[in-house]
Ligand binder design. Structure first.
Ligand SMILES: Nc1ncnc2c1ncn2[C@@H]1O[C@H](COP(=O)(O)OP(=O)(O)OP(=O)(O)O)[C@@H](O)[C@H]1O
Length: 931
C-alpha cells in the first residue's frame, strides 16, 4: 500500500529550509550582540584594566570586605573578557575580535556565505600582524592599556620566539613582508603604492649618485664623458653666463644699443620640442648650476658667443628670466626656468612684426585669432608663437625697426610629474560611488501551498507503466523528479526496446494521464540514455523572483551579464550569461508569460549590475510594457541624444535608434581595433588599467542590452528594421551589445532566416501551433507547454524546460523607484544621433517620414534668422556660437536643409542660404509653425 502522507518531498524541503533560515537568523543576531558586548568590554578595559585586575585577583569575599568594585562598565564579565582578548591574546589589536564577531553576525543575518569573506580575513591578518609587530617593538615595556604590553601575550611570545630563531632582522623582514602581503590582500592597488615607494627610493638613489658625481668626482678632475663614462680630463672652464665672454662674432648691434625701458606688452611665446630645449639646457647644466639659461640669438649658450661688449648682463639666477641679446638692435632673448621663449617689446615702439620670427623652417606663428594683423597693432593682446623649431635654428629677426626686446622661454612640452600620474586602476563605479543595488526585499516572496502529493506521483507512475505495458514496452525502473510545473518521470526501459517506439506514444500517455497538454517526451534524456516523460502537476507552483535572485547560484555567478530566469524541473535555479548567449529570441502566444519573462531578465540584470556597467535600450511598440523603466533613464537607459523619450515606442524612431546602435557598434569596434582588444572585456580591462588614453577617444564601455517587445508589430510597420537588427546580431556581440527580441507571432515573415541565423539562443513560451514551435525552436515542444511562465530555452540545440520566475509589475515599480531615488547620471547614456537620408525617410512609407522633421530644435528659428542675416552657416559655427554638441548642431543643420532654408552640403563648399531676406524667412517659419 502506498503511503498516504500528503506532504511532498518538495514541501518538506521548503519547511526545512524556512526552519533553517530562522535558526540562522537567530544565531546571527546572538553573535551580533555578543560582538557588540565584547567590543564595549574591550574598549572600557583599555581604561580600567589596572584597577580591575587588582580587584579580580581578590576573592569575592575580600572584594565585598573592602568594597572594591570593578570599573569596567561591562562589569566583571567585561573586565574578564577584556583581560582575555587584550592581555592574554592580541593586545591592542584584540579589539578586532569583537569587530569580526559583529561582521560575522551581520553576514549570518543577511544570509551571506561566511567561508571566504574578504573583510573578515583582512581583519584577521591585521590582528595577527599588529599584535606581532607591537610585541616585537615594545615587548612588555609599555603597559598603557593592558598589563602584558601592547602586543598582548600572543604578540610578545610569538615575536620572542621568532627573534630567538631568526633574529631581530629576520623578524623585521618577516613582519614587513607580512604587512605588504596583507596590504595587497586588502587592496590590489597597494602593489602600485609599493612600486611608487620603490621608484621614489630608486630616484633618490640616482640623485645621490649624481650628487656624488658632481660634488665629489668632478672636483677631483674626473668628468663624465658623453656616454656618461668618467674620464680623467677636466674640461676647459666654461665662461659664466654673467661674465663677459670673448667675442666669437662681430659685435651684434644689440650689444651696443642701450636697453630701452621694457614694458611687457605683447610677449610672444615660442613653443618648441622638449628635446631641443633639454639639449640646450643640458649643454649649460654642467657649466653652471644657475637654473637660468642664457641664449644668444642663434640659440647658443650666451657664454660662447656673446661679445664682450654686450651690455652688462643682469646677474642670472635671481631673475625670472635670463636675458640674452639677439642680433636685433634692441632685441633680447630670455630663457626662463619654465623654458618658454618670449619676445618682449617696449610699448609704443615700432616692433618687429611676428612674421620674421616665423620664417624659420618649422615655425608656426599664431598671433591671437587673426594672424594677418600686425603685432604692433595688438599691443594689449598676448601673442603666441608656436615653434617646432629648436632654439638653435630660430632665425634671428632682420634688423628692422627698433626697440624689440625678445624674451625667450623655451616651452618645454609640459610633462606631468611622474608621481602625479595616477597608477591605480580606473574604477567606472566611482562615477556613482554611493549607488546601492536594490535590496531583494523589494520582491515578493510568493509562498505556494500547492504541492505535488505522493499520491499524485504514484498515480501518474502507475498510469505510465500501464500504458507502456499495454503497448508491449516493459520497463525496469521509474524515477520521479518534482519540479515547480511538471514532474519528470525518468524511465529506464528494458533492454532491446526502441526509443522511437516510446516517442510515438506521446498522445496515448497524455490520454491515459488525462492531461490536455504539457506532456513532453524526451527520448533519450541528453547524457543519460533514459527516457523522460514530463507530466504537468495538478497544482503549479509559483517560482518567485525573490527566491531566484536570492539563490547562491545567481549571487555567486561570475557571468558578465548574469540572468536568473526561473527554475528547472530539477528545482535548480537556471542562471545564464546573456553576454554568452549572445542574443535572445523570445516567442510565445499572448498571455503565456513573455512580458513577465522579459521583466525577469531585466530585473536580474538590475540586481547585479551597476549603472556604469550596463545600459538598456528599450523598444516597446505596445507602449505600455516598458514605460515604468523610464524612471531609471539616468541610471540604466541609453537613447539617441536628440530623443526626448528613452523608451522608444514609435516604429520610425525604433529604426533610427537601431541604426544609432549600429553607429555605436562601429565606433566601439573601431576603438577596440585601435586598442588592440578583441572584445569588450579585453578593452575595458585595458581601459581600467589605464593603458588606453581617453584623449584618444577611449572610454569605458558599458554593456548595452537592447530589448524589443512585439518585434512582429515593428517589422510589419518598418520592414527596414531588419537590416540594423541583422547587423547588430552579426557583429555587436564582441563589443557588448546584446539583443533580446520578443514576439507573439514567431512566423517566418517575422523571424526571418537572417535573424534566426544570428540568434542561437531562443526562448519559447507556449505557442498554439506546432509550426510556430518549429519556427522558434526548430522542433515541436513549445506547443505542448502549459502556459503561465512554462517555457523552453534552447541553446546550441539543447532544450531545457523552465518555470519562469514571476515578477509582477508592482515589484518592478518598487525596484525602479528604489533606483530612481538614488543619484544618477545627468542624462541617459547618449547614443550617436542617426539622421536618415531622404531616401531612407521615404522608405518608411509614411508621408511624414519624408517631409521635414516633426519637431524642430528650440534653437531652429534663431539659427535660421542668423544664417539669413549673416549669409553663411556651418555646423561648426552652430556649435561654436550656440555652445551645442556636434550631434545637435548636425541635427539642426539637417532640419534647416529639410525646411529648404539652407542648401545641401556640397563637398567642402559652404552651404547656400536659400532665403535672402528676413521677411520671407519669417513667412517660412510661420508656415513651419516655428517662431
Ligand atoms: N512565470 C509566471 N508565473 C506565474 N504566472 C505567470 C508567469 N508568467 C505569466 N504569468 C501569468 O500570466 C499572465 C500573462 O503574462 P504576460 O503578461 O507575461 O503574458 P504575455 O505573453 O506578455 O502576453 P502579451 O503578449 O499579451 O503581453 C500574467 O499576468 C500572470 O498572471
Amino acid at each position: 500500500m502506498a503511503s498516504k502522507n500528503t506532504t511532498s518531498p518538495n514541501g518538506r524541503q521548503n519547511v526545512q529550509r524556512s526552519n533553517r533560515d530562522s535558526a540562522r537568523w537567530i544565531a546571527g543576531l546572538l553573535l551580533l550582540f555578543v560582538g557588540l558586548f565584547s567590543a564595549a568590554a574591550v574598549f572600557f578595559s583599555f581604561f580600567s584594566w589596572a584597577p580591575d585586575q587588582s580587584v579580580l585577583q581578590k576573592s569575592v569575599e575580600d572584594r565585598e570586605l573592602i568594597g572594591a568594585e570593578i570599573e569596567n562598565l561591562c562589569g566583571v564579565a567585561g573586565a574578564r573578557l577584556g583581560m582575555l582578548l587584550v592581555d592574554r591574546s592580541f593586545g591592542l589589536f584584540g579589539i578586532l575580535i569583537p569587530v569580526m564577531l559583529v561582521l560575522i553576525g551581520i553576514r549570518i543575518i543577511r544570509q551571506r556565505p561566511l567561508l571566504v569573506n574578504h573583510s573578515i580575513l583582512s581583519l584577521f591578518f591585521i590582528m595577527i600582524l599588529g599584535s606581532l609587530t607591537l610585541g616585537f617593538a615594545f615587548a612588555d615595556r609599555w603597559s598603557i592599556c593592558c598589563s602584558t604590553g601592547w602586543g598582548g601575550a600572543f604578540g610578545i611570545e610569538v615575536s620572542t620566539l621568532l627573534r630567538t630563531h631568526i633574529g631581530a632582522v629576520g623578524t623585521l623582514i618577516l613582519l614587513l613582508g607580512g604587512w605588504i602581503l596583507t596590504g595587497v590582500f586588502i587592496n590590489r592597488n597597494f602593489i602600485n603604492k609599493v612600486n611608487e615607494v620603490g621608484n621614489v627610493m630608486a630616484d633618490k638613489g640616482e640623485k645621490i649618485v649624481e650628487i656624488v658625481k658632481h660634488k665629489v668626482v668632478v672636483p677631483l678632475g674626473r668628468v663624465p664623458g658623453e656616454d656618461g663614462a668618467i674620464t680623467e680630463e677636466a674640461p676647459e672652464p666654461a665662461p659664466k653666463a654673467a661674465e663677459p665672454a670673448a667675442p666669437a662674432a662681430p659685435a651684434a648691434p644689440a650689444a651696443v644699443v642701450p636697453e630701452p625701458p621694457v614694458q611687457k606688452a605683447a610677449p610672444i611665446h615660442v613653443e618648441r620640442p622638449a628635446e631641443s630645449v633639454a639639449a640646450a639646457k643640458a649643454t649649460l647644466r654642467d657649466e653652471d648650476d644657475d637654473p637660468f639659461i642664457e641664449l644668444t640669438p642663434d640659440g647658443k649658450p650666451v657664454g660662447e658667443v656673446v661679445p664682450e661688449e654686450t651690455e652688462p648682463q643682469e646677474p642670472a639666477g635671481d631673475e625670472e628670466f635670463t636675458e640674452v641679446d639677439l642680433s636685433h638692435p634692441e632685441g633680447r632673448v630670455v630663457m626662463g626656468r619654465g623654458g618658454l621663449i618670449e619676445l618682449e617689446r617696449p610699448a609704443f615702439r615700432p616692433a618687429a612684426p611676428a612674421a620674421p620670427v616665423s620664417d624659420g623652417p618649422f615655425t608656426e606663428i599664431i598671433v591671437g585669432d587673426e594672424p594677418e594683423e600686425p603685432v604692433e597693432m595688438r599691443a594689449e593682446i598676448p601673442v603666441e608663437v608656436t615653434a617646432e623649431t629648436p632654439a638653435e635654428v630660430l632665425p634671428a629677426p632682420e634688423p628692422q625697426g627698433e626697440g624689440v626686446v625678445v624674451t625667450v622661454e623655451s616651452n618645454e612640452a609640459k610633462l606631468v610629474d611622474e608621481k602625479a600620474i595616477p597608477t591605480e586602476s580606473y574604477d567606472p563605479l566611482k562615477d556613482l560611488v554611493n549607488y546601492h543595488k536594490p535590496p531583494v526585499t523589494l520582491l515578493e516572496d510568493y509562498v505556494s501551498d500547492s504541492e505535488v502529493s505522493d499520491e499524485e506521483i504514484f498515480e501518474n507512475k502507475t498510469k505510465i507503466e500501464e500504458t507502456l505495458k499495454y503497448f508491449g514496452i516493459p520497463i525496469q525502473r521509474i524515477k520521479a523528479t518534482v519540479g515547480p510545473t511538471v514532474t519528470l518521470y525518468e524511465i529506464v526501459q528494458a533492454q532491446g526496446v526502441k526509443i522511437a517506439k516510446i516517442q510515438g506514444l506521446q498522445n496515448d500517455i497524455a490520454q491515459s494521464l488525462k492531461a490536455e497538454s504539457g506532456i513532453r517526451i524526451i527520448a533519450p534524456i541528453p547524457g543519460k540514455g533514459t527516457i523522460g516523460i514530463e507530466v504537468p502537476n495538478r497544482n503549479k507552483q509559483i517560482v518567485s523572483m525573490y527566491s531566484a535572485v536570492r539563490s547562491l547560484r545567481f549571487q555567486e555567478s561570475k557571468a558578465e551579464l548574469p540572468v536568473v530566469i526561473g527554475r528547472t524541473i530539477q528545482n535548480e535555479n537556471f542562471v545564464f550569461d546573456l553576454a554568452k548567449m549572445p542574443h535572445l529570441l523570445v516567442a510565445g502566444a499572448t498571455g503565456q508569460g513573455k512580458s513577465v519573462g522579459l521583466n525577469a531578465i531585466i530585473t536580474s540584470l538590475l540586481y547585479r549590475k551597476h549603472p556604469a556597467q550596463l545600459k538598456f535600450v528599450m523598444i516597446d511598440p505596445k507602449m505600455v510594457e516598458f514605460s515604468l523603466y523610464s524612471k531609471v533613464e539616468r541610471h540604466f537607459l541609453a537613447k539617441m541624444e536628440s530623443e526626448d523619450e528613452a523608451i522608444v515606442t514609435d516604429p520610425r524612431k525604433a529604426v533610427y535608434t537601431l541604426n544609432a546602435l549600429c553607429t555605436e557598434m562601429d565606433n566601439r569596434l573601431e576603438l577596440c581595433k585601435k586598442a588592440g582588444a578583441r572584445n569588450i572585456s579585453e578593452y575595458n580591462e585595458k581601459f581600467t588599467s589605464r593603458r588606453l588614453n581617453p584623449l584618444n577617444g577611449h572610454r569605458f564601455m558599458p554593456y548595452i542590452v537592447v530589448v524589443i517587445d512585439e518585434f512582429a508589430d515593428l517589422i510589419m510597420t518598418a520592414k527596414e528594421v531588419e537590416t540594423p537588427v541583422t547587423r547588430l546580431a552579426q557583429k555587436a556581440r564582441a563589443i557588448g551589445i546584446h539583443l533580446i527580441i520578443a514576439t507573439q507571432r514567431p512566423s517566418v515573415d517575422v523571424i526571418t532566416g537572417k535573424i534566426k541565423a544570428n540568434f542561437p539562443a531562443r526562448v519559447a513560451f507556449r505557442v498554439m501551433q506546432m509550426i510556430d514551435s518549429r519556427t522558434i525552436l526548430d522542433r515541436p515542444g513549445a506547443d505542448q507547454l502549459i502556459g503561465r511562465g512554462d517555457m523552453l530555452i534552447s541553446k546550441d540545440g539543447e532544450l531545457t524546460r523552465i518555470q519562469c520566475a514571476l515578477v509582477e509589475t508592482k515589484e518592478v515599480e518598487r525596484i525602479v523607484d528604489y533606483i530612481s531615488k538614488q543619484q544618477g547620471y545627468t542624462a541617459a547614456y547618449a547614443l550617436p544621433d542617426y539622421t536618415p537620408d531622404n531616401g531612407e525617410g521615404q522608405q518608411m512609407g509614411s508621408e511624414e517620414a519624408s517631409s521635414a522633421p516633426l519637431k524642430y530644435d528650440s534653437l531652429f528659428s534663431e539659427i535660421a534668422r542668423s544664417a539669413v542675416q549673416d549669409g553663411s552657416i556651418s555646423t561648426s559655427m552652430i556649435q561654436r556660437n550656440y555652445e551645442v554638441g556636434f550631434n545637435r548642431a548636425g541635427r539642426i543643420m539637417m532640419q534647416l536643409e529639410r525646411a529648404g532654408i539652407v542648401g545641401r552640403q556640397q563637398g567642402a563648399k559652404p552651404r547656400d542660404i536659400l532665403y535672402h531676406d528676413l521677411p520671407s524667412l519669417e513667412a517660412k517659419l510661420q508656415e513651419l509653425g516655428v517662431f
